[in-house]
Design a protein. Sequence first.
Length: 542
Amino acid sequence: MGAPELNWLRRGDMARSKETLNLDGLIRREDLESKAEMAKGSGGILPIQLEIGQHYYGLLRKPVFQRETDDWDIDNVVSLIRSFRDGHLIPAVILWAAEGNIFVIDGAHRLSAFIAWINDDYGDRATSEAYFGHHIPKKQKELAAQCRKRIDEAGLTYTELLKLSKIANRTEQQALWSVNITQPIEAQWVGGGAATALQSFLDINQRAVVIDKTERYMIEERRAPVIVAARAIVNAARGHKYWGSFDTAFVTAIEQKAKLIYDAIFEPEDAQPHKDIFLQPAGNARTAGGLRLSLDLVNLVNGISGRSSKLVADSDGSGTASAIEKTWGVVKYIGGGGNASLDLFPAVYFWGETGIHRPSGFLAMTSLVQDMLLGEELRKFTIHRARFEEFLIDKNGYVGRVLKKHGGWKKSLGPTKKMLRMLLDSLYEGKTEPEIEASLIGLLETKKNNGEDGDATFSSTNTWRETKASMRIKAALDTAARCPICKARMVLPNSSDDHKTRRADGGSSYPDNGDLVHPYCNTGFKNYYDQRGEPLPAIEFP
């Protein structure tokens, strides 16, 4: 045998910084905790057994605590299949047999890649379509098509390799390949009960690609309302239904609100900063940080801090439904086109100048909005919103400088919110710009950058990609339409149709009486003054 090609093994979970395939729908999930162990299995898995419709394939399951099978890029898959065809060493998958199912304890990415190859489903065909509720994001389809093309160009297509046995005069290499692709995928079997299977998963993954604190927390507290809510949100209630065993009424409520939250903060789901002008408030859901951000969002809104205390499991769905309802009660003001939406402009609040999403900026602004709701400040914020936003954009990148001082993600959440609060209060108080800058100076002393985008710093490896993102961020800010009511920037696809003069007051439906405005400006803000018979405040362009 030749030297093994290990690209697929080395990169594994690191591939989330790249564009990765979503193979999560190829092996179904099931809860193994209630399962009783069967006799310990033995032997490997023949490729033919992984064809959809085969009895063995129908037995395969992933435990519900398994991470999403979406960490591998195209190179990982192509390298694995080439290694298998060429007879190179591939580590065994770890399996556990229980009550008529075979659970994949370790090696779900490898096994899913084999299933994708054998069934020509790289996240975009019938099995994946059914799993994702017949909603495959555009980017997922593009990557699947690219993978299929790469497999074909490399001469690795499963159906074509099967035809080698029909060639009368095979070369020595073709004969070797013919035998190699019939060899079983090596498997090792875990003995013991469900607790042993879970501990095996944690031990194996802690030694190989280390499970970070968030992932371990979500595995150990997987039945807690905030965990289930976060999983529902980041998947838009698609894919595996972690909430599927709850009471029907709660299932309906969870799925409806999860989809609304996803649409408000993760759409447009295929947008990328180096290609698109309109971006997602919460970034791309299908990244390494998507699930973590969803969890931090739910915890933040529901007043849960830290990850050390034991959470109460949700038995019927009431806790999850409550957590997700409370989250929607705040998120509906952040983005989207619903009547309550402030529709905060993503390039102002949530994205750095080089196209890096800022989770702490998103979470800080969400927390500030929640405070403003409790203090009935949204009308007051609307009056000062345009100046607030210009201050964030023009005055030396305040959010970026806070991130640069304190580091990324939750390290900067408190300081960023404090900065936003101080800025807003200063505008309420009528302070001048020099006075505002002086009050913020303590937050702006810089230290080393610890992860999130601070000032416009370009990397050495992705400079052109970041340049393209920077050009689009700037174009988004420079060319954005302005709301005629509050004078702040608008995301046009989410805008609301407004009669300048209400129909009830004799206004017509012709174009000269129409405007596109923020949804909240058209409802909460404008209606407040209409109902009191007062004119709208005169807000000037900043």
